[in-house]
Design a protein around this ligand. Structure first.
Ligand code: COA
Ligand code: AMP
Length: 623
């Protein structure tokens, strides 16, 4: 069936379309009903179905004859280690780990926070939680203790799973002191902390609360998969919103498994036995969906890579992994290839390897800018396919429909809406805009399976953020346009969220940290263009009258504060002192104009501006 016909069917009869797709996964009780709708038109999927996601990803694959196939390849240039697990081995490790958690009292519905580096135990921990019906919440290792504490308080986990350290190129980062600090800061105190000791660092264990991973799992009794309702939560993944408090995006079991299984065929053209490498981190949604769950649900081999695109040891790192592990499909963020291009503009390193197994390269996390697109396609001769998605949706909202035999990229566009996503562009009043005009990108409800079911513990925030702004639609928070051929172009966030090296961060959160400095009277943080990372944060601060600190000292202290309280991953490195901030007459800071000035873009002076002369002053400071 053509893309157009498939898309039309998914929109016109979603129940029929998705019930058919649901046959692709091994249910314990097959659903008879596709979805129910709430008062806003938001869907709950496969309400009477029962399954276990870890069973579908592992046991059912073994039953289908894939027991001796490699399920997971671990490649770690930072430790010079490689390992692989067959489906049988991975299932057994997961069952043991689930048994260990169960022995500590972790059961269906309990939350478990996973704060881990990119080692196989991170995936094992996630799958072990899924096996028990416990809800995991993975926190990216680059976040500071304060961020971890906020998530501990929100998710109220029974246990935390961690490792003794992470390794960033050559820097060994002890994780356990960060976890200890986070638990100290949090109001909620998890009962257990399970620590995987790595050879580089031995973490101190607190008797009674802390457990050695290996001792605990070796002596545990393997646990069988626990059947859960399709609508039961599989995980919570915190993501940045416009305020300082991250949002706990909740994902269900059934809709998630069906959507990911579908996407493996349709979006990625992957089949069982293919080697699929998402060069991301398990702390992000890409890692959840396409390092762990998606490839395993489709019977593929997944690659878990503990390294960077460059400096581990050089710009040939990605090509080496593709060659050595015979990767068929590679997925990463454009920033990774910008880093490679910067160090190896002519792609000389590519010629040292022979990654002929590679069929396509997928990019997401930020827009695939046309120049990176050109560089990639020119040097690899492979399709470089941009696709747009969000933590909230869990899989691609827009993509190239390769599963329907088409590869039709247009540079700068994420191509067409995936079946199930009725993407539209509207003006602030919610009216559709003409073709080619920019507006807010929204998705007509119901969303297809796999998308968020809510915000953990905060139904009001879920409704207010996503469903109320444009009734009947999901608000994506992204701006963009659809051209006359139906190609969707996503041009950037319309809120205070920024994308730094493919990492989603909140400028509002950084502002809260900056504003808490005793010498800061007022501040704002905006995301400005960066050649390598796409965007980086820039702070503008007003010093309080009477404060004696100079601009350089203040910048140094603010940089340290953001690093301490949010994490190194925020890349907050510049804070410039200004005399005034541009505001509207009603006192709203004109963040967009500040960004445009910093990026050297043309801007229109709004009629509501309090004092237009400030713009020139800011321009001079930012030079
Ligand atoms: N644990 C601890 N610290 C971490 C971390 C982790 N898991 N990940 C990043 N950090 C730290 C880094 O060490 C660095 O600290 P520093 O300021 O002390 O040097 C800081 O956070 C910024 O890291 P990063 O954004 O990775 O910058 P970089 O300059 O080291 O590397 C890229 C730049 C582009 C190579 C890198 O960001 C990259 O590979 N990006 C791909 C992004 C990606 O996978 N996104 C997921 C969506 S698909
Ligand atoms: P995250 O939730 O971390 O995956 O970040 C989601 C945000 O990243 C989106 O709302 C977009 O702003 C941006 N994004 C992700 N993929 C793309 C893409 N292919 N094109 C443009 N923006 C993207």
């Amino acid at each position: 069936m053509s893309y157009q016909a498939t898309f039309a069917r998914a929109i016109n009869d979603p129940a029929d379309f998705w019930l058919e797709q649901a046959h692709q996964i091994p249910w314990l009780t097959r659903p008879t009903q596709a979805f129910t709708l709430d008062a806003h038109g938001h869907a709950s999927w496969f309400v009477d179905g029962r399954l276990n996601t870890a069973h579908a990803a592992l046991d059912a694959q073994i039953d289908a004859g894939r027991g001796s196939q490699t399920a997971l390849i671990y490649d770690s240039p930072v430790t010079q280690t490689k390992a692989s697990y067959t489906y049988l081995q991975l299932r057994d490790e997961v069952a043991q780990c689930a048994g260990a958690l169960a022995a500590l009292g972790v059961a269906k519905g309990d939350r478990v926070i996973i704060y881990m580096p990119m080692i196989p135990q991170a995936a094992i921990a996630m799958l072990a939680c899924a096996r028990l019906g416990a809800i995991h919440s993975v926190v990216f290792g680059g976040f500071a203790p304060n961020e971890l504490a906020v998530r501990i308080d929100d998710a109220a986990p029974k246990a935390i799973m961690t490792a003794s350290c992470g390794i960033e190129i050559q820097k060994v980062i002890p994780y356990k002191p960060l976890v200890d600090k986070a638990i100290e800061l949090a109001q909620h105190k998890p009962e257990h902390c399970i620590v995987f000791q790595r050879p580089q660092v031995t973490a101190d264990l607190l008797p009674g609360r802390d457990h050695d991973w290996k001792t605990l799992t070796t002596s545990a009794k393997p646990h069988e998969p626990v059947p859960v309702a399709a609508t039961d939560p599989l995980y919570i993944l915190y993501t940045s919103g416009t305020t300082g408090k991250p949002k706990g995006v909740v994902r269900d079991n059934g809709g998630h498994a069906v959507a990911l299984r579908y996407s493996m065929t349709y979006v990625y053209g992957a089949k069982a036995g293919d080697v699929f490498w998402a060069a991301s981190d398990v702390g992000w949604v890409v890692g959840h969906s396409y390092i762990v769950y998606g490839p395993l649900l489709a019977g593929c081999t997944t690659v878990l890579y503990e390294g960077k695109p460059v400096r581990t040891p050089d710009a040939g790192a990605f090509w080496r992994v593709c060659d050595e592990h015979k990767v068929n499909i590679l997925f990463t963020a454009p920033t990774a290839f910008r880093a490679v291009r910067k160090e190896d503009p002519e792609a000389d390193a590519l010629r040292r390897y022979n990654p002929t197994s590679l069929k396509r390269i997928y990019l997401a996390g930020e827009r695939l800018d046309p120049s990176t697109y050109e560089w990639l396609t020119e040097h690899t001769g492979l399709p470089a396919l941009d696709h747009w998605w969000q933590t909230e949706t869990g899989w691609a909202i827009c993509c190239n429909p390769v599963g329907l035999g088409m590869e039709i990229p247009k540079p700068g566009s994420a191509t067409f809406p995936s079946p199930g996503f009725n993407v539209q562009v509207v003006d602030p009043q919610g009216q559709p805009v003409p073709c080619g005009d920019q507006g807010q990108v929204v998705i007509k409800l119901p969303l297809p399976p796999g998308c968020l079911t809510g915000v953990w513990g905060d139904e009001d925030r879920f409704v207010k953020t996503y469903l109320s702004p444009y009734p009947g639609y999901y608000t994506s928070g992204d701006g963009g346009f659809i051209d006359e051929d139906g190609y969707v172009f996503i041009m950037g966030r319309t809120d205070d969220v920024i994308n730094v090296a493919g990492h989603r961060l909140s400028t509002g959160e950084m502002e809260e940290v900056v504003a808490s400095h005793p010498a800061v009277a007022e501040c704002c943080v905006v995301g400005v263009h960066d050649e390598l990372k796409g965007q980086i944060p820039l702070g503008l601060v007003l010093i309080k009258d009477g404060a004696t600190i100079n601009g350089d000292e203040l910048e140094e202290e603010l940089v340290e504060m953001v690093r301490e309280q949010i994490g190194a991953v925020a890349c907050f490195r510049r804070a410039i002192v200004v005399d005034r901030l541009p505001k509207t007459r009603s006192g709203k800071i004109l963040r967009k104009i500040i960004r445009q000035i910093a990026d050297g873009e043309d801007y229109a002076i709004p009629s509501t501006i309090d004092d237009p002369a400030i713009l020139e002053e800011i321009g001079a400071r930012l030079q």
